[in-house]
Design a protein around this ligand. Sequence first.
Ligand SMILES: [Zn+2]
Length: 449
Amino acid sequence: MSPLRPISLHNTLTRTVDPVVPLVPGEISMYTCGPTVYNFAHIGNLKTYLFQDLMKRTFLAAGYKVRHCMNITDVEDKIIRDSQKDVPATAGNEARHQAMAALTTRFTAAFLEDLAALAILPPTYTPRATECIPGMISLIQELERRGLAYPRDGSVYYRIAGLPQYGRLARLDRQGMKAGASVDADEYERDSMQDFVLWKATKPGEPWWDSPWGHGRPGWHIECSAMGMELLGERIDIHSGGVDLVFPHHENEIAQSEGCLGHTWVNSWVHGEFLLVDGEKMSKSLGNFDSLHASEQALKRIRVFRKRMEEDGSTGQGAWKEAIDPLARLAAAREAFWTAMADDLNTPEALAALFTAITDLNAQDDRIALTRAERDAVLGFLDETDAIFGCWPHEELQADATVTALIEQRRQAKAARDWARADQVRDQLKAMGVILEDRKDGTVSWRRA
Ligand SMILES: [Zn+2]
């Protein structure tokens, strides 16, 4: 295991690249905002999850343990809109909950398949919002006790005038905030138009939970605060999400959690994408990381080199007397690689160090073959870089995840009696060289032709 390496990340709170000093030495707690499961994830969402996976893998490869929580938002306005449209007006609460669960179960499964297909490491915890309602209610009650929340017509609102530091993450101009701009639109009366909703009173045709304020459901922002505090605790090292979540979602998460705790909740807010603040770019990692994924040639080069290193080398050491020690070169490349990764995940420079080493060692191997021990050391470095990028030896895993996802699509098509679609998916699998065997019990096994 490699020694613990210090890693610095761009912190949206400070707008600088700061060292991440974990609250528990050697262990990173990380909360990432997960999907709202009413549709398939789009590429913009998946880019964020890829970036977060890169960040997590870097900490793991640097020797840390990572406790990672990613929520599944399975109750929210759009989910209710889409799941309730075919439910009869006379339906009771239980039927409404069932319709909502049917929709969210389907898209949660699709989302988890996407993560597997992208070889994204599974989080330690994936709580569903609907399973954490009691925690949300007690959080809102605590905010009420502290004078930071007030009920109005069965809903509950956050009183942002009560929290002087509100707006610090997004660097809002409190005085200049326009009433009604960029805040949750809601028809209920609030003390101030800037106050946001914590608990929403139910409207006809919506599923609801019991609460001290009557029938209702949680607001979206309170979900993350409650789940994060429940699973990772009162202090968290890193909180991450898409850059579009900085305001209002993350600002409101801070208001809720810190308003309740009375101290800092999250040390590093990491967004990892281009964000223009006062015309300044905040971070660069993601765009460059994407170009790696697109770069088939770069991957091929690493694969070819890896294969070469797996082959037998020379047995003698003597020939190296006059040559530069390949192990010293390797050590320098490893240092350069880690220096770059530790600097806000500077992937272009890290990969440059890797490719320089490949060019170097290829040239040396042409002249005098590397020994087995040297080859093993090189393979160790390739394993280390692969633990972070997770791209090159996982083709089969990714292909298997794609097959599984298509089989699931076919199962759903058959269940919906959409035979044309089921046949279409079967043909698609056939074209990929996959042969399906339908079993009597309804399950499907598959093999490659
Ligand atoms: Zn969130």
